[in-house]
Design a protein. Sequence first.
Length: 365
Amino acid sequence: MYFLRITAVAAFFAVLVSCGGNGSAGNVNDGFQSRPEITRGREGKLTIGFSIATATFIIERWNKDLKVFTGAAQQLDADVIVQLSAGGVQEQIAQINYLVNENIDILVVIAHDTELIADVIRDVKYSGIPVIAYDRLIQRVPLDAYISFDSREVGRQFGRALSQAVPQGRYLVVNGSVHDVNSFDISAGLHEIIDPLIQRGEIRLVREIWLEEWSSDEALEKISAIFEETTGIDAIACGNDAIAGAAIQLLSERRLAGSVAVVGQDADLSACQHIMEGTQLMTVYKPIGKIGVRAAALAVAIAQNARDSQTEIPFTDAMVDNNSGTLIPAYLEKSSSIFKNNIDEVIRDGFHSREDVYRNINAVD
């Protein structure tokens, strides 16, 4: 388990939060007792607990999220205590209990398992601490907010890109972790696009598999097993760019890279380089700067509202169902499909440098 305390240090993030939407968020009427009359935080400052427990923290995406979130929170004069590990749900439960004992004002969670974490989150809520689910919607317990991207739309973006590039052919689908509800939403969005084509006989689904974790090593093993049976595949939908990278590695070993359309998400640097090289068709870019800044501002607003009941909470974009019996206020940012012809979008946003994205191309030139 890794522990990091972030204190108020100068950071250069503009805290500009988009609050437009079609509903309003107040305190969620979740049936829990009201916050006890205690003083949380230090010297009057708000303290945000941030729990991350995932086997894939090494993924480039999470490092960017954490950097932006903590920087934006510092600008809002809030402290952040981060707990992260490469362990599973039991380690995350220990993390969360530690954070509660640190007198945090609000808990932000990237859940390792969106189902099994419910009981400890219920305990946190019962103690009077608000909870925000970040990127992964925790199930079966009322939450104060959920902030993420529209995962079903990400799946649709996969389907549109592949069906336009390969309107007729054989498809392989490699979904993400079975412990992450986003994996199922992505798959559902993908099938919205490709199922009519499958029914018309234009696409044949060779195989659809699921991973236990968001793991490139697991993806290598499972995709390799499929390639031992057949390499007669024209398109591969991958749950994220790490999985796409595993597929491209295996295709390269068989001299098939570039002849098979591959899509993923997160706009990892390696994926952007693969797109420029012609071995990956598309990645879904999620503007981490926007969601990180928005999440920090939301956390501060909800925590302050819990203290004084007067601070205004931003309007929601939607209300979502997490099987708790209470609709959850959702804050959803938009993602975009990145191909070779619009790769500069990630460069303009400062997500990657031009030098890095074009490095392998320039090396060839």
